[in-house]
Design a protein. Structure first.
Length: 171
């Protein structure tokens, strides 16, 4: 009996914190979880938009490397999960080319590369990622010729990772 009173008291406390009645707690929790998911998605979208413009600076420069238009960018404030969408946006903006993104995420490096469909016969995103990951203290990396991901111990050697990917493009 005392256990039941404790449970009722706990439920009343939760209801009070949620500013609702005990009977409405499940619906209120469901609504809050949906709101949290929506806000989380919005934050992720804003992070991607911020990353696309270089954190408030200019749009990343497209360079010609081995005859391939190439964008390489080191990002902070984004996660590895954000990188594929950013790669797709850059590939759309490029039309034809390759993209390498390195995210400094919580002390570790997340790497993603993308190659537009017209160039996958010439260069593979997997090769770009593997070259970059090796410079960042990671092993492997994988995916498809048009999109690949990997990770490294640290983003400290990001410039060397970008240079390694450029060497792949140069052949």
């Amino acid at each position: 009996m005392s256990w039941l009173r404790e449970q009722q008291s706990a439920l009343a406390g939760v209801a009070d914190r949620l500013k609702t009645s005990p009977g409405d707690v499940p619906d209120r929790v469901r609504a809050l979880l949906e709101e949290r998911k929506s806000l989380s998605n919005e934050v992720a979208q804003l992070r991607r938009e911020l990353a696309m413009v270089g954190g408030g600076s200019t749009v990343p420069e497209t360079r010609d490397v081995g005859g391939v238009p190439f964008i390489a960018q080191v990002l902070s404030g984004v996660t590895g999960k954000d990188l594929p969408a950013l790669i797709d946006e850059h590939k759309t903006n490029l039309g034809s080319g390759a993209v390498l993104l390195i995210a400094d995420a919580a002390g570790k490096a997340a790497v993603a590369a993308g190659v537009t469909p017209d160039l996958t016969g010439k260069v593979s995103a997997v090769d770009l990622v593997k070259a970059a990951v090796a410079e960042l203290g990671g092993k492997g990396g994988g995916g498809r010729p048009d999109m690949a991901q990997g990770g490294g111990a640290s983003a400290v050697n990001a410039d060397a990772a970008i240079a390694a990917a450029e060497n792949i493009l140069k052949g």
